[in-house]
Design a protein around this ligand. Structure first.
Ligand SMILES: O=P(O)(O)OC[C@H]1O[C@H](OP(=O)(O)OP(=O)(O)O)[C@H](O)[C@@H]1O
Ligand SMILES: O=c1cc[nH]c(=O)[nH]1
Ligand SMILES: [Mg+2]
Length: 216
């Protein structure tokens, strides 16, 4: 009852009207920090629905008030959600509400503003990654440098079944991920036009971490 890797497309854009409406509100520069955070949490749950498609299932015998039945339930080890700090936490919170039993890990990375290369400052992930579906979350896939580095680290730690969840992607980042990690399906709410010369997604929504936490 589970999907194989080949059934999951490399890129899925969730074009559901609710996702698109909330994303437009998030893009608006007048949207407050509080609303931005709330909208991201709401969208993350809609995206989580898509990225968890095809999770392994098994049948468990239960008794309804009327009769016994073999009911489908999730199978296998608890999945691992990996937040790419800091902006990943905005997606993590919502997904965790939907999958409260998930194990959680953190990869601390920030982008050097000049080189656009990721700088690592933290790494802590659940045990037995090799036996789990691993979902890495970060709202922004721009050059792809951060997500490629985070997934390199997850693979080094043993992960073999990884998916990547983001809110906005640039074509450049998708290409980079496809080259470096063709085995990692990506789910996003939108693919924008490109990158500015400073590496920002265009038209984008600005710096997700700053907008989420009110920093600048
Ligand atoms: O695809 P890339 O070009 O690597 O850019 C994307 C990265 O940039 C942002 O993080 P940032 O470095 O701003 O750190 P933050 O989450 O702490 O704000 C974002 O959350 C991604 O991690
Ligand atoms: O547009 C972008 C690109 C990278 N990181 C962000 O937060 N926003
Ligand atoms: Mg940032």
């Amino acid at each position: 009852m589970s999907e194989t890797l080949h059934d999951v497309p490399h890129l899925t854009v969730v074009d559901h009207p609710l996702v698109q409406h909330k994303l437009s509100l998030m893009r608006d520069k007048e949207t407050s920090t509080g609303s931005f955070r709330r909208l991201l949490r709401e969208i993350s749950q809609l995206l989580a629905y898509e990225i968890t498609r095809g999770m392994p299932m098994t049948l468990e015998q239960i008794e309804t008030p009327l009769m016994e039945m073999d009911a489908p339930v999730l199978d296998g080890k608890k999945l691992a959600l990996i937040s790419i700090l800091r902006a990943g936490n905005g997606l993590l919170d919502g997904v965790l509400e939907l999958i409260p039993s998930a194990r959680v890990g953190f990869v601390g990375l920030y982008r050097d503003e000049k080189t656009l290369e990721p700088v690592q400052y933290y790494f802590k992930v659940p045990e037995a990654l090799e036996d789990r579906l691993v979902i890495a979350v970060d709202p922004m896939l721009a050059t792809g440098n951060s997500s490629v580095a985070a997934i390199d680290l997850l693979k080094e730690a043993g992960a073999t079944n990884i998916r990547f969840l983001c809110l906005l992607a640039a074509p450049e980042g998708i290409e980079r991920m496809k080259k470096a990690h063709p085995d990692v399906p990506i789910v996003t709410a939108a693919v924008d036009s490109g990158l500015t010369d400073k590496g920002y997604i265009y038209p984008g929504l600005g710096d997700a971490g700053d907008r989420m936490f009110g920093t600048k």
